[in-house]
Write a protein that binds this ligand. Structure first.
Ligand code: ATP
Ligand code: MG
Length: 419
């Protein structure tokens, strides 16, 4: 039986992997521009971290986790998101002991979801987390960084949707109002939402079902219930976004799929992505550190989906930079020239010139076609005549011009051509 890739996962082949690297490089540059340093955490954690951190009422914990027992019977889970993991590391390593920590991560995440366009079981995220400060300026900084990341990739004019979910002071009254609103319409909600209503009524606002959306359109909104502190925080976030020149729209219906958010929540969306329109989501989570057993540490962050970012770049025809290609292909004309070709190849590589050798024994026409396809600038052809004369025949793959150089000039020729 042929073994294939697991459902909801894919191989990123060379024709696409350089595009991913391009996006990751942009992520690193933006992180450094905004003062965020990299953190790398394990891809699996104790299951309890996510149950307590993300919340046992969330869809992720209820339905989407890859959970397994190890040989000692410990329950472990492949990380479904980065925030709880990063906060665990911040608490465990006391990273906020003397102030605050600004961290970024890039890596794979795992959710047992129904695979479809833009939704996979292994996907990748780039995320930022700023922990240790409750300043609304940091909420705006996080949103600014997300927009700068997309801008750097050529993705302009995305919509930032902003909302506030209040805090443990003001949310209970809102929750009550929401439950009584939905109770009267319970029969028309989808099966999931009937459950959500009991476990986590805010999640009903996040349902993708059309009937639930229609009902939710008239539901009470958190912004009408904010306490003065939350209201003030929200106002400053909006002002700072204006200072940074970021276009945003208040969307009173955004609640986000995770339980840990307090105050600011936001999503960056595109109408070119079909049903999976969110490319990035984030917000403030002031109570997460305590939920997972640490002291109180206010924090704010975002996570951007790399697959959806790449898909949108493809749709908009954005540049992914140049596909890596060798500058030179060395072509031994026949068997007796292979060692000489290897010697030239070694010299080129030792001088930092990306180069390769034609290992296959195809006819010369096919070899040149392969070299052109690989995107090389030059072919260095070494035959018995060239060897005897201490020469190399050079073929420019761009204009097909042929020339002869001295064997000793193999490196110099390329370096000169670069300037
Ligand atoms: P959605 O509403 O699409 O399910 P989400 O709210 O579950 O998204 P987050 O947990 O906020 O997503 O993750 C941040 C980003 O990661 C999303 O905006 C999206 O771009 C990406 N993402 C989330 N789940 C998946 C997935 N299963 N496959 C691919 N990308 C994903
Ligand atoms: Mg989801």
């Amino acid at each position: 039986m042929k073994i294939s890739v697991p459902r909801g996962t894919c191989d990123v082949l060379p024709a696409n992997s350089y595009k991913r690297a391009y996006i990751e490089n942009a992520a690193r540059e933006i992180s450094s521009l905004f003062g965020y340093k990299e953190i790398r955490t394990p891809v699996f954690e104790h299951t309890e971290l996510f149950c307590r951190g993300i919340g046992s009422g969330s869809d992720i914990v209820r339905k989407e986790m890859y959970t397994f027992e190890d040989k000692k019977g410990r329950s472990l889970t492949l990380r479904p998101e980065g925030t709880a993991t990063v906060m665990r590391a911040i608490v465990e390593n006391n990273l906020c002991q003397t102030g605050y920590a600004k961290l970024f991560y890039i890596g794979p995440f795992f959710r047992y979801e129904r695979p479809q366009e833009g939704r996979y079981r292994q996907f990748h995220q780039f995320g930022l987390e700023a922990a240790g400060v409750d300043s609304p300026l940091l909420d705006a900084e996080i949103i600014h960084a997300a927009c700068s990341f997309f801008g750097k990739l050529g993705l302009e004019n995305l919509t930032v949707q902003l909302n506030s979910l209040g805090c443990p002071e003001c949310r209970p009254a809102y929750r009550e109002a929401l439950v009584s609103f939905f109770e009267s319409k319970k029969d028309d909600l989808c099966g999931d939402c009937k459950e959500r209503l009991a476990i986590n009524p805010l999640r009903v606002l996040d349902c993708k079902n059309a009937a639930c959306r229609a009902i939710a359109a008239d539901a009470p909104v958190m912004l009408d219930y904010l306490c003065p502190e939350c209201s003030n925080h929200f106002d400053i976030v909006k002002k700072a976004l204006e200072v940074y020149g970021i276009n945003y729209a208040v969307n009173r219906k955004i609640v986000r799929g995770l339980d840990y958010y307090t105050r600011t929540v936001f999503e960056v969306v595109s109408d070119q992505l079909g049903a999976q329109d969110a490319i990035c989501g984030g917000g403030r989570y002031n109570n997460l550190a305590e939920e997972i057993g640490g002291k109180s540490i206010p924090a704010v962050g975002f996570a951007a989906g790399i697959e959806r970012t790449a898909a949108l770049m493809e749709k908009r025809g954005c540049s992914f930079g140049k596909e890596p290609a060798p500058e030179v292909f060395v072509v031994p004309f026949e068997e007796s020239c292979v060692m000489k070709a290897a010697e030239v190849l070694g010299r080129l590589r030792n001088s930092g010139i990306s180069s390769d050798l034609t290992y296959s024994k195809k006819n010369i026409k096919k070899i040149f076609r392969d070299i052109a396809e690989a995107g090389a600038d030059y072919a260095y052809i070494i035959g018995p005549d060239e060897m005897a004369a201490g020469k190399i025949s050079v073929k420019s793959m761009k204009d097909k011009a042929q020339a002869e150089i001295n064997d000793s000039e193999a490196v110099e020729f390329i370096l000169k051509g670069r300037c």
